[in-house]
Design a protein around this ligand. Structure first.
Ligand code: ATP
Ligand code: MG
Length: 738
């Protein structure tokens, strides 16, 4: 065993890394080195045990986490790391299905539908079924039911719905048609990427033997968030060898709403008898203050197994609290805090701003832009969600598979060719009646006979474009393929004729797509030829489209130097020097659904999950954690958008005041002594200069505090100008409402 792989590990971590064959469960809190155990274990297997890299499968939750894991492995193993299977469950599923496409009834170049594609497909199916969208189910509601079934790896025929459940009955019927339509279009949705491999493996012993035989080791990070379908997939792949290593933290289970099931952790022992369980208790990431704060929040969860992390690090900086009158003021405070953080030399990519819901990002973005702070929203889908980019992708998907009706419908009249909705409807009726794809219907004389000559000509032209792309493009490099599609489709030419700002921006986006495809080709060039004899890699274009499709939540790389903005869900597994956690208000975090018909038990469970989310957010911070809230926030009430008064989050009230610094704690104690009752309803709010020094309370109240946006980012003299113009002396003022 090479010394260096074991050097930076504590005894428990070493035990996990050195564990030989058989099931292993590492159960531990945030920042205790679980991911490090996976990485070092893989490195040891390859370097010291001679396991061939492609015989190791490691699964993580987001592409970003997979990317980081891969980087760490490359640092340890060099080129050998390239052939490791390190990816998300979905990316693994896609890779598996490309190889086993025929068994799943799919073409190897199958398309992966995103939510938008799914919704359009369901709406079309509703129309065919004579169901009005929204009564009794909307397309999205129906899809969420289908999704739930897929999370449980159920096929349409296996779904059981009570005969009284009208909505359920409809969803079940729809599920059947939906799957048939996907197959006809040669497409899979995200759920299929898990369900199909799982079921194929479970039902075909020879196939299972082959795949389970190839992976000598299966490792799963963030195990607490696997859903039953993913769990079964893992089990099938582990096979009789049972070399599975799973690491997780029940306190960080935040995907219950997506069907994740913590009982996977609790039941692991039963499915894999003889499991060795390793617990890690030392946290290496955060200061003691941050750990204490996180513990104060998580320890109040109703259903939880007690565990406590320790650290040998110092208390470090006190927590900071920013309060804004509304979400814009809150965002401005955060922007200033970020500026101060950068001012003290923290690189942008070591700073994160986290929030509960995507909608919260808008004011934050505006404030960061105004403060000229470079940032990136870690989500990844935004670029590929742009209409023109999706149009281009639709042409490319048609090039691979002209039978993809959803793609055809999307671009048949893009750029505009005077092919109206009426024409498309007629073609659709014809295609449905004959059971053929739209692409064939267009070329079918009977179908187009009654159309006006202009429409017929336009359709003929469109058909030629798709046919030529289908004939020429699939085997080309991705960059050239994208260029050809843009040229032949006329998408780019149309934009270039138009000189509006919008058209220019769209054209730039398409150029960016070409650039992305070229970069992808270049990366492929650097790929070593596979030593894995089974590794049949699809042509570049198909792989490029797959990569686009798999860019889900939390997937963009953080370009160097930019502050990362992301939801709490996307932040899982990551770490930053300084973290700003926004929206600590009841209703925002914990989030409350505006229209909730939850039972008390469900409400408790939902609140626990919000607590875990808050815990995940807080434990991302290594050195400094700033919490913020708005006193009122724009929301959607019964009468449309309006401001709501917000109460500070109950999670905030769970925090011991000392964590905000001794001065705050003293003041709180004094106030409490003076006013024995009523109880503290709001957290203390202290006016303080934001450029606080290490270890000092850094709390700031909104209001015209006389400090303009161009506030110096370096710490000012102790006690900056205060809210009402007077200077605060060394002692922070505490203001709280009782
Ligand atoms: P999370 O639950 O948030 O995913 P984790 O348990 O996976 O956290 P890691 O990300 O593996 O934790 O580790 C947290 C930090 O601690 C990392 O920066 C890692 O490099 C560091 N670390 C882990 N173990 C050690 C160790 N034995 N010595 C020094 N640093 C360590
Ligand atoms: Mg981790």
């Amino acid at each position: 065993m090479s010394e260096d792989l074991l050097q930076d590990l504590n005894d428990a971590q070493r035990e996990a890394v050195l564990h030989g064959d058989g099931p292993l469960l590492v159960l531990a809190g945030a920042g205790s080195g679980k991911t490090r155990v996976i990485v070092h274990r893989i490195a040891r297997l390859v370097r010291d045990e001679g396991v061939i890299p492609w015989q190791i499968l490691a699964v993580t939750f987001t592409n970003k986490a997979a990317g980081e894991m891969r980087e760490r492995l490359e640092a340890l193993l060099g080129l050998a790391a390239q052939e490791l299977w390190v990816q998300t469950f979905h990316a693994f599923g896609a890779r598996f299905l490309r190889r086993e496409a025929a068994r799943a009834g799919l073409p190897p170049s199958f398309a992966i539908y995103d939510t938008d594609d799914q919704v359009r497909l369901v709406k079309r199916l509703f129309a065919e079924m004579g169901v009005e969208d929204g009564s009794p189910l909307t397309a999205r509601e129906a899809l969420s039911r289908i999704d739930r079934w897929k999370n449980a790896a159920l096929r349409p025929a296996e779904v059981e719905v009570s005969s009284y459940d009208v909505e359920g009955q409809l969803a079940r019927q729809l599920y059947e048609r939906y799957q048939a339509a996907l197959l006809r279009a040669g497409a899979a949705d995200f759920g299929d990427l898990i369900v199909m491999p799982t079921r194929l493996l479970e039902e075909d012993a020879a196939l299972r033997a082959r795949w389970a035989g190839r992976f000598r080791h299966v490792l799963v990070d963030e195990f607490q968030d696997t859903n039953p379908a993913q769990y079964r997939l893992m089990k099938a792949l582990a096979g009789a060898r049972r070399n599975v290593c799973v690491v997780g933290d029940d306190d960080q289970a935040i995907y219950r709403w997506r069907g994740a099931d913590v009982s996977n952790i609790l039941g692991f022992d039963q499915d894999f008898p003889g499991t060795r369980v390793v617990k890690l208790e030392q946290n290496y990431r955060s200061t003691r203050t941050i750990l204490d704060a996180a513990h104060a929040v998580i320890s109040r969860a109703k259903r939880r197994r007690e565990k406590r992390l320790w650290t040998d690090r110092d208390a470090g900086a006190a927590l900071a609290l920013l309060v804004g009158e509304d979400e814009h003021a809150e965002a401005e405070r955060i922007a200033r805090g970020v500026a101060a953080e950068r001012g003290r030399g923290t690189p942008g990519d070591e700073i994160a701003v986290l929030y509960r819901t995507n909608a919260q990002s808008r004011p934050l973005e505006a404030a960061l832009r105004a403060a000229r702070i470079p940032y990136v929203i870690v989500r990844g889908t935004s670029f590929y969600e742009r209409a023109e980019v999706k149009d281009a992708a639709a042409y490319l998907r048609l090039a691979l598979n002209p039978a993809s009706d959803i793609d055809l419908e999307r671009v048949v009249n893009r750029p505009a060719r005077k092919i109206g909705e009426k024409t498309v409807e007629r073609l659709r009726a014809h295609a449905t009646a004959k059971g053929i794809p739209l692409y064939e219907a267009i070329a079918d004389r009977d179908a187009v006979a009654e159309l006006k000559p202009a429409a017929r000509a336009a359709l003929g032209e469109f058909h030629d474009i798709v046919a030529s792309l289908h004939a020429d493009v699939p085997a080309l490099d991705a960059g050239i393929a994208v260029q050809e599609a843009l040229k032949r489709s006329g998408l780019l030419a149309r934009l270039e004729e138009d000189h509006s700002d919008e058209a220019v921006e769209r054209a730039e986006n398409l150029a960016e797509l070409v650039a992305a495809a070229r970069e992808f080709d270049e990366a492929l060039l650097g790929e070593a030829p596979p030593t894995d004899p089974d590794d049949v890699r699809p042509p570049p274009l198909a792989r490029f489209l797959e990569q686009i499709a798999l860019l889900g939540e939390a997937d963009a790389e953080t370009p160097e130097g930019r502050v990362a903005l992301m939801t709490l869900h996307a932040a899982k597994g990551l770490e930053f020097e300084a973290v700003f956690l926004a929206g600590l208000e009841d209703g925002t975090l914990p989030y409350e659904r505006p229209w909730s018909d939850q039972t008390p038990v469900e409400r408790d469970e939902a609140l626990d999950e919000e607590r875990r989310l808050c815990y995940v957010g807080m434990t991302r911070a290594k050195a400094r954690l700033t919490l913020s809230l708005a006193r009122r926030r724009m929301g959607y009430g019964e009468g449309g958008p309006s401001y709501r008064q917000m109460e500070p989050s109950r999670f905030l009230r769970d925090l011991p005041p000392e964590l905000f610094g001794e001065a705050v704690a003293r003041e709180v104690r004094a106030r409490e002594a003076r006013a024995a009752a009523p109880p503290l309803a709001r957290p203390p709010v202290v006016r303080r200069h934001p450029g606080a020094l290490e270890g000092e309370p850094h709390i700031e109240l909104d209001g015209d505090d006389g400090i303009g946006p161009a506030r110096p980012s370096t710490p000012g003299p102790r006690g900056g100008p205060s809210a009402r113009g007077e200077r605060i002396s060394g002692e922070p003022t505490v203001e709280y409402d009782l």
